[in-house]
Design a protein around this ligand. Sequence first.
Ligand code: DC
Length: 223
Amino acid sequence: MSIAIAIDGPAGAGKSTIAKAAAKALGFIYVDTGAMYRALGLFALRNIIEPDDKDSVKELLKRAEVSLARNEKGEQLVILNGEDVSSLIRTEQVSMAASKISAIPEVRAFLLSLQRDMAKTYDVIMDGRDIGTVVLPDAKVKIFLTASAEIRARRRYDELIAKGENVVYEDVLADVIKRDDNDMNRPIAPLKPAEDSILVDTSELTLQESIDLLINTIEVNSK
Ligand code: DC
């Protein structure tokens, strides 16, 4: 039987970087479910559809095929209708579209079976918002990885500046708060810690300390 580790938490807690490093160290396949919502957000934007317009999005799903693949380095690629959109989905505009589109129940149902199938086939560390609560309620270890909104915005701001983007910290913080609000207050699969999850707060930790803590938490709790 395959082993699944569920990692949930808000935007910008460093989940993907930390979970990816832990997966590599522990020999698990890393699955970033946010990338799937992002691919659908991008698809809506490309089709000039409001990502919270439920009826149009439902129509759009009939033409959408999302899958995950790996490159030669073992990194996850997101494929939308045959196109590798892995780098195109990492913009602020797509982040917001993904957050809105993910509140539509049909969108969540569309991606759920794909996510569960991956966990049936492989040992996975799966990261998202509802992995411990909805997607993999029987996961061996459930972790809720978080950091304060200010710290998350500061990290995101530094990343964007390093990429050469012209952003203002206050705008990044406002986006983080808005996205938290969307993700935590939607009626379906809201972001919340599973009852049996372990809280890991990275506010005061460096990246390496966060990775070490996550690896240790998984090792201790998966025995
Ligand atoms: O983790 P991320 O920032 O790439 O996720 C993008 C959006 O997708 C986020 O605002 C919430 C949504 N999402 C979700 O609703 N459920 C998941 N399992 C993963 C992401």
